[in-house]
Design a protein around this ligand. Sequence first.
Ligand code: ZN
Length: 334
Amino acid sequence: MKNYCEECGREVETKIIVKNEEYTVCGEQVMVEARVLTCAECGEELFSEELDNETLLSAYNEYRKRHRLLSAEEIKEIREQYQLSQRGFAKLLNWGDKTIYRYENGSIQDKAHNSLMLFLREPENMRIYLNENEVLLAERQKARLLAVVDKLINNEKRHTEQRFLEAFFDTTPSEDTGYKAFDYDKACAMVLFFANKNTNLLKTKLMKLLNYSDMIFYKENGVSISGMKYAHLPYGPVPVNFDILLGTMEADHIARIEVIYDNGYERHQVIPEGDVPINALSEAELAVLDRIYKKFENYGSAEISNYSHKEKGYIRTKIGEVISYSYAKDIELD
Ligand SMILES: [Zn+2]
């Protein structure tokens, strides 16, 4: 790009150099790496509004970093996650009309304003703020904002849960998972299916019912239902990390385990906290669950354990080992 150079007295080629420059921001000296437009021939610095603004903004951001203040970009992100305009956000906070506009364009926010925005970055806090303060928003605007906040909170919860489950369950399909990525929703639906059918369902029996359902569905369709891995434990095949899974289901109010003391014995009973969600399972999946349920309807926990001990997949594996779905072909249910 050509530009006029006062030194050379004519249009010249330009180039951009990088140099350290000192700026004064709120009475403090701040060093920034500035990009400066210069004359390619004599090296004279030339004026460029765009580059000067860029440098000024990085000086402000440097100051913000030093004082742990939100950057202009972060302020914009906070506002946008709530789908608010600059004016709407300022109104919500009871600040002057132009305040957010100025902050997003480089002006340094004062400490109190910074603290409030930092607090409101968390959707949970925004909900508290909306419920506990007289805000200047119209009722409709407030309702809309609350809906956005609820959605953000739910998404956040789901993401945390997803990350948590991924740490314990395989999301990469393999022979051990029945060539299916672990599917939490399906696993929940299976638990709810059996727990609703049988009001006295014990945890040990549930584990066997899940195992047979996944194995038989795999045998007939080439994929499992839930993508759960099963391991060889002394009392039969058990979903790997089953207690973590049940704990998550309990926290999600899907189903819980109640411990009942009965003549000195502890019984772990599965209590459903809802129905099987519609469309969570396909008709083919439901049909298999139904067959498995009927087959073992009158088996106690000990009987179904003994029954599962005769399976080849169980006999051929050692304690703690994963029972591959390749053994499914050997299961015969009459
Ligand atoms: Zn020049």
